[in-house]
Design a binder for this molecule. Structure first.
Ligand SMILES: O=C(O)CCC(=O)C(=O)O
Ligand SMILES: [Fe+2]
Length: 249
Protein backbone atom coordinates (compact mmCIF):
# COMPACT_ATOMS: atom_id res chain seq x y z
CA UNK A 1 0.00 0.00 0.00
CA UNK A 2 2.97 2.35 0.50
CA UNK A 3 5.09 4.09 -2.14
CA UNK A 4 8.77 4.70 -1.43
CA UNK A 5 9.35 8.33 -0.44
CA UNK A 6 12.62 8.17 -2.38
CA UNK A 7 10.71 8.43 -5.66
CA UNK A 8 9.82 12.02 -4.85
CA UNK A 9 12.13 13.06 -2.00
CA UNK A 10 15.71 12.20 -1.07
CA UNK A 11 14.95 10.24 2.09
CA UNK A 12 14.99 6.48 1.90
CA UNK A 13 13.91 4.65 5.01
CA UNK A 14 17.45 3.78 6.04
CA UNK A 15 16.48 2.20 9.33
CA UNK A 16 13.33 0.10 8.89
CA UNK A 17 10.34 1.46 10.78
CA UNK A 18 9.84 -1.62 12.96
CA UNK A 19 13.46 -1.58 14.19
CA UNK A 20 13.37 2.15 14.79
CA UNK A 21 10.13 2.00 16.74
CA UNK A 22 11.15 -1.18 18.56
CA UNK A 23 14.29 0.53 19.88
CA UNK A 24 12.33 2.74 22.32
CA UNK A 25 11.76 1.78 25.92
CA UNK A 26 8.03 1.07 25.57
CA UNK A 27 7.57 0.33 29.25
CA UNK A 28 8.59 3.90 30.06
CA UNK A 29 6.49 5.29 27.21
CA UNK A 30 3.47 3.33 28.48
CA UNK A 31 4.04 4.65 32.00
CA UNK A 32 4.16 8.24 30.68
CA UNK A 33 1.00 7.75 28.64
CA UNK A 34 -0.69 6.23 31.70
CA UNK A 35 0.51 8.95 34.03
CA UNK A 36 0.23 12.07 31.87
CA UNK A 37 -1.67 11.18 28.66
CA UNK A 38 1.42 11.68 26.49
CA UNK A 39 4.92 10.32 25.87
CA UNK A 40 7.79 11.67 23.77
CA UNK A 41 9.68 9.38 21.39
CA UNK A 42 12.88 11.37 20.80
CA UNK A 43 14.30 11.57 17.30
CA UNK A 44 11.88 9.26 15.53
CA UNK A 45 12.91 10.96 12.27
CA UNK A 46 16.29 12.28 11.18
CA UNK A 47 16.61 15.97 10.18
CA UNK A 48 16.93 14.86 6.53
CA UNK A 49 13.70 12.87 6.76
CA UNK A 50 11.98 15.83 8.44
CA UNK A 51 13.06 18.09 5.59
CA UNK A 52 11.96 15.57 2.96
CA UNK A 53 8.50 15.19 4.51
CA UNK A 54 8.02 18.97 5.00
CA UNK A 55 9.03 19.39 1.37
CA UNK A 56 6.01 17.35 0.28
CA UNK A 57 3.66 20.08 1.51
CA UNK A 58 3.78 22.07 -1.72
CA UNK A 59 3.39 18.96 -3.90
CA UNK A 60 -0.37 18.62 -4.22
CA UNK A 61 -0.28 15.17 -5.80
CA UNK A 62 0.42 13.52 -2.44
CA UNK A 63 -2.78 14.75 -0.82
CA UNK A 64 -6.52 14.14 -0.94
CA UNK A 65 -7.61 17.41 0.63
CA UNK A 66 -6.42 20.79 1.83
CA UNK A 67 -7.85 22.51 4.91
CA UNK A 68 -7.49 26.23 5.65
CA UNK A 69 -8.09 26.18 9.38
CA UNK A 70 -9.51 29.71 9.72
CA UNK A 71 -12.37 28.83 7.35
CA UNK A 72 -13.65 26.24 9.83
CA UNK A 73 -12.86 28.03 13.08
CA UNK A 74 -10.09 25.46 13.78
CA UNK A 75 -7.46 28.17 14.37
CA UNK A 76 -5.11 29.66 11.80
CA UNK A 77 -2.78 27.67 9.59
CA UNK A 78 -3.34 24.91 7.08
CA UNK A 79 -2.99 21.21 6.59
CA UNK A 80 -3.30 18.53 3.96
CA UNK A 81 -4.45 14.93 4.33
CA UNK A 82 -2.33 12.37 2.48
CA UNK A 83 -4.07 10.00 0.14
CA UNK A 84 -3.42 6.28 -0.12
CA UNK A 85 -0.88 4.92 -0.77
CA UNK A 86 0.90 6.81 2.01
CA UNK A 87 4.58 7.73 1.62
CA UNK A 88 6.51 4.63 2.69
CA UNK A 89 8.04 6.23 5.75
CA UNK A 90 4.67 7.29 7.17
CA UNK A 91 2.84 4.10 6.31
CA UNK A 92 5.75 2.14 7.78
CA UNK A 93 5.80 4.12 11.01
CA UNK A 94 2.02 3.89 11.41
CA UNK A 95 2.11 0.11 11.03
CA UNK A 96 5.12 -0.20 13.36
CA UNK A 97 3.80 2.12 16.08
CA UNK A 98 0.35 0.58 16.31
CA UNK A 99 1.15 -2.74 18.09
CA UNK A 100 3.03 -0.85 20.83
CA UNK A 101 0.00 1.36 21.41
CA UNK A 102 -2.85 -1.15 21.07
CA UNK A 103 -1.92 -2.91 24.32
CA UNK A 104 -1.95 0.43 26.16
CA UNK A 105 -5.28 1.34 24.53
CA UNK A 106 -6.82 -2.00 25.54
CA UNK A 107 -5.60 -1.49 29.11
CA UNK A 108 -7.27 1.93 29.14
CA UNK A 109 -10.58 0.51 27.90
CA UNK A 110 -10.47 -2.21 30.53
CA UNK A 111 -9.92 0.36 33.27
CA UNK A 112 -12.67 2.62 31.89
CA UNK A 113 -15.12 -0.29 31.72
CA UNK A 114 -15.43 0.01 27.92
CA UNK A 115 -15.98 -3.26 26.07
CA UNK A 116 -14.19 -2.40 22.84
CA UNK A 117 -10.77 -4.02 22.28
CA UNK A 118 -8.30 -3.21 19.49
CA UNK A 119 -6.66 -5.92 17.39
CA UNK A 120 -2.91 -6.46 17.70
CA UNK A 121 -2.02 -5.36 14.19
CA UNK A 122 -2.94 -2.23 12.33
CA UNK A 123 -4.16 -3.99 9.17
CA UNK A 124 -6.89 -5.71 11.20
CA UNK A 125 -7.92 -2.43 12.78
CA UNK A 126 -8.07 -0.72 9.38
CA UNK A 127 -10.26 -3.55 8.14
CA UNK A 128 -12.70 -2.76 10.96
CA UNK A 129 -12.61 0.93 9.97
CA UNK A 130 -13.33 0.06 6.35
CA UNK A 131 -16.21 -2.22 7.30
CA UNK A 132 -17.65 0.66 9.33
CA UNK A 133 -17.50 2.93 6.27
CA UNK A 134 -14.33 4.76 7.40
CA UNK A 135 -12.06 4.41 4.38
CA UNK A 136 -10.24 7.72 3.93
CA UNK A 137 -6.68 8.10 5.24
CA UNK A 138 -6.09 10.54 8.11
CA UNK A 139 -2.30 11.08 8.24
CA UNK A 140 -1.75 14.79 7.66
CA UNK A 141 0.92 17.40 7.14
CA UNK A 142 0.46 20.75 8.88
CA UNK A 143 2.03 24.12 8.16
CA UNK A 144 2.07 27.17 10.41
CA UNK A 145 3.46 30.66 9.77
CA UNK A 146 3.68 33.59 12.23
CA UNK A 147 0.36 34.21 13.97
CA UNK A 148 -0.91 30.68 13.27
CA UNK A 149 -2.22 28.37 15.98
CA UNK A 150 -4.25 25.19 16.29
CA UNK A 151 -7.28 25.36 18.59
CA UNK A 152 -7.76 22.62 21.17
CA UNK A 153 -9.48 19.72 19.45
CA UNK A 154 -9.93 15.95 19.19
CA UNK A 155 -9.25 14.07 15.95
CA UNK A 156 -12.36 11.91 15.74
CA UNK A 157 -13.53 10.96 12.26
CA UNK A 158 -16.33 8.48 12.79
CA UNK A 159 -17.60 5.92 15.26
CA UNK A 160 -14.35 3.95 15.31
CA UNK A 161 -11.49 5.80 16.95
CA UNK A 162 -8.15 4.48 18.09
CA UNK A 163 -7.52 6.35 21.37
CA UNK A 164 -3.84 7.26 20.92
CA UNK A 165 -2.27 9.25 18.07
CA UNK A 166 1.20 10.51 17.21
CA UNK A 167 2.50 13.86 15.97
CA UNK A 168 6.06 14.43 14.78
CA UNK A 169 7.67 17.86 14.81
CA UNK A 170 9.47 18.39 11.50
CA UNK A 171 10.97 21.83 12.21
CA UNK A 172 13.58 22.84 14.78
CA UNK A 173 12.33 25.16 17.55
CA UNK A 174 14.48 28.25 18.03
CA UNK A 175 16.02 27.89 14.57
CA UNK A 176 13.08 27.38 12.19
CA UNK A 177 10.35 28.91 14.36
CA UNK A 178 9.54 30.29 17.82
CA UNK A 179 6.32 29.85 19.81
CA UNK A 180 4.17 27.04 18.45
CA UNK A 181 4.22 24.75 21.51
CA UNK A 182 2.31 21.50 21.45
CA UNK A 183 -0.34 21.65 24.19
CA UNK A 184 -2.60 19.04 25.76
CA UNK A 185 -5.43 19.75 28.15
CA UNK A 186 -7.15 17.26 30.36
CA UNK A 187 -10.64 17.98 31.62
CA UNK A 188 -11.28 16.15 34.87
CA UNK A 189 -14.80 15.46 36.15
CA UNK A 190 -15.90 18.09 38.71
CA UNK A 191 -12.34 19.44 38.88
CA UNK A 192 -10.31 22.11 37.12
CA UNK A 193 -8.54 21.21 33.87
CA UNK A 194 -4.87 20.32 33.70
CA UNK A 195 -2.56 21.52 30.90
CA UNK A 196 0.57 19.88 29.62
CA UNK A 197 3.05 21.62 27.28
CA UNK A 198 5.22 19.09 25.49
CA UNK A 199 8.75 20.23 24.64
CA UNK A 200 9.76 18.76 21.28
CA UNK A 201 12.83 19.05 19.07
CA UNK A 202 13.00 18.40 15.34
CA UNK A 203 12.21 14.76 14.64
CA UNK A 204 10.69 14.07 18.07
CA UNK A 205 7.32 12.37 18.16
CA UNK A 206 4.67 12.75 20.82
CA UNK A 207 2.17 9.97 21.38
CA UNK A 208 -0.94 11.25 23.13
CA UNK A 209 -4.51 10.42 24.06
CA UNK A 210 -7.04 11.40 21.39
CA UNK A 211 -10.11 11.87 23.58
CA UNK A 212 -10.42 9.82 26.79
CA UNK A 213 -8.11 8.02 29.17
CA UNK A 214 -8.44 6.60 32.69
CA UNK A 215 -6.79 8.21 35.70
CA UNK A 216 -6.27 6.31 38.95
CA UNK A 217 -8.07 8.01 41.83
CA UNK A 218 -8.61 7.05 45.46
CA UNK A 219 -11.88 5.29 44.52
CA UNK A 220 -10.70 3.54 41.39
CA UNK A 221 -10.37 4.88 37.87
CA UNK A 222 -12.08 7.97 36.55
CA UNK A 223 -12.24 9.12 32.95
CA UNK A 224 -10.73 12.36 31.71
CA UNK A 225 -11.37 14.15 28.43
CA UNK A 226 -8.34 15.37 26.49
CA UNK A 227 -7.82 17.91 23.74
CA UNK A 228 -4.67 18.96 21.97
CA UNK A 229 -3.57 22.01 20.03
CA UNK A 230 -0.67 24.31 19.25
CA UNK A 231 0.03 27.74 20.75
CA UNK A 232 0.63 30.73 18.48
CA UNK A 233 3.69 30.60 16.26
CA UNK A 234 5.67 33.78 16.97
CA UNK A 235 8.12 33.63 14.07
CA UNK A 236 9.29 31.36 11.25
CA UNK A 237 7.60 28.31 9.79
CA UNK A 238 6.55 25.16 11.65
CA UNK A 239 5.66 21.81 10.06
CA UNK A 240 4.33 18.69 11.74
CA UNK A 241 3.12 15.38 10.49
CA UNK A 242 0.23 13.73 12.29
CA UNK A 243 -0.29 9.98 12.41
CA UNK A 244 -3.84 9.03 13.28
CA UNK A 245 -4.61 5.33 13.35
CA UNK A 246 -8.30 5.32 12.39
CA UNK A 247 -9.47 6.12 8.88
CA UNK A 248 -12.15 8.74 8.30
CA UNK A 249 -15.73 8.49 7.13
O1 LIG B 1 0.95 20.71 14.83
C1 LIG B 1 0.89 20.02 15.84
O2 LIG B 1 1.82 19.87 16.62
C2 LIG B 1 -0.41 19.31 16.18
C3 LIG B 1 -1.01 18.71 14.98
C4 LIG B 1 -2.30 18.00 15.25
O3 LIG B 1 -3.26 18.54 15.70
C5 LIG B 1 -2.34 16.56 14.95
O4 LIG B 1 -1.34 15.98 14.52
O5 LIG B 1 -3.41 15.98 15.13
FE1 LIG C 1 -4.91 17.12 15.90
Amino acid sequence: MNTPISTFAPAPLEIPAAARVGAYDWQTAAAELDGFGCAVLPRLLTPEECRAISGLYSQERHFRSHVIMARHGFGKGEYRYFHYPLPEILGGLRTALYPHLSGIANGWNERMGTEERYPEDHASFLKQCHEAGQTRPTPLLLQYVPGDFNCLHQDLYGELAFPIQVAILLSEPGRDFTGGEFVLTEQRPRMQSRAEVVPLRQGDAVAFAVHNRPVRGTKGNYRVNLRHGVSRVRSGKRHTVGIIFHDAR
